[in-house]
Design a protein around this ligand. Sequence first.
Ligand code: SF4
Length: 391
Amino acid sequence: MTTVDLPLLPLGRGTDPLSERGVDCPGDLPAASDPDLVARARAAKAALGDRLFVLGHHYQRDEVIEFADVTGDSFKLARDAAARPEAEFIVFCGVHFMAESADILTGPDQQVILPDLAAGCSMADMARIAQVERAWEALAAAGVQDVVVPVTYMNSSADIKAFCGRNGGVVCTSSNAEVALDWAFAQKGADTKVLFLPDQHLGRNTAVLKLGYSLDECVVWNPHKPDGGVSPEELAKAKIILWKGHCSVHGRFTTDVVDELRAKVPDLNVLVHPECQHEVVLKADLVGSTEFIIKTIEAAPAGSSWAIGTELNLVQRLANAHPDKNIMFLDRNVCYCSTMNRIDLPHFVWALENLVEGVVVNQIKVDPQTEADALTALQRMLDLPGKTHRD
Ligand code: SF4
């Protein structure tokens, strides 16, 4: 079994129905150099009033966050939108899968808008439904599908969430991945295996560091190889089948930068997101979700030093908000989420001014069957015991 990789498209040009990337922006965008952009955004937002609710993901750039009614991680934002039924228009300053989740969780009269359709997620694109269906068939052919429970990270397309809903699986966030995996391993008795999508790092870090499985019990399913590149012996031994996906931002952090910074900065605390590579997480002092990172820095004593392994817009915002703490980025290079950064002021103004004119642009709409199946998997997550659902 072979698959053809997606062609690389210049962002914002051309179309690719299999990907969240590379979709033209219809209509004329304001020029990025327009000195009136901020005033235009304010005026359009004021004109729309309570009909509009603007969601800003933590990794979004400051010029857009300034206009957010609420900020947070993807799941919190989707729930915030659902809690505002009077808002007809939900403008999601984030990426495509987040807008899909908001559409799934909000009411039928609420319309979710993504200001730039090219704002996809490279991790979500690494698990496409056709690939996952083929993997599922391969697991059936190998005689193990009956004991496999699929678990998908929130950072996946609605199609993948729906796949999990249809096949007895669940959605998880980086905060509740441990509880979700615990639940999944209890579903099919002692022989249960988990298929974890699409982020191999979150799956491995949770299975090994939180649940005590060994690295030998984790196998990586490569959708570009026949039978995932996993031998029957490896599959028989595996407890967790990790989809070969990763975040292009968090996957960049390396152990040598951890070592370098520790040598330079006395009493340095290294704080990373669980989407980071296992080796990096092993070297960190603390690992946790975006919300955990924010709360940890808020509670840190003045004068303490922190190297943070997550998206740069958030790290910069934390550094600006806490000048009494020594906050640095855990990479030598600038490392923004490039697709999240597609949402800029020109696209934001363009989307809002169209709404003022009565034109809904870039609406994200999940089809009813996918929505129903995805909701099944999301509801299983909401029914998990204990933990919060923040990612
Ligand atoms: S930071 Fe990573 S997981 Fe999040 S939207 Fe960007 S590419 Fe996707």
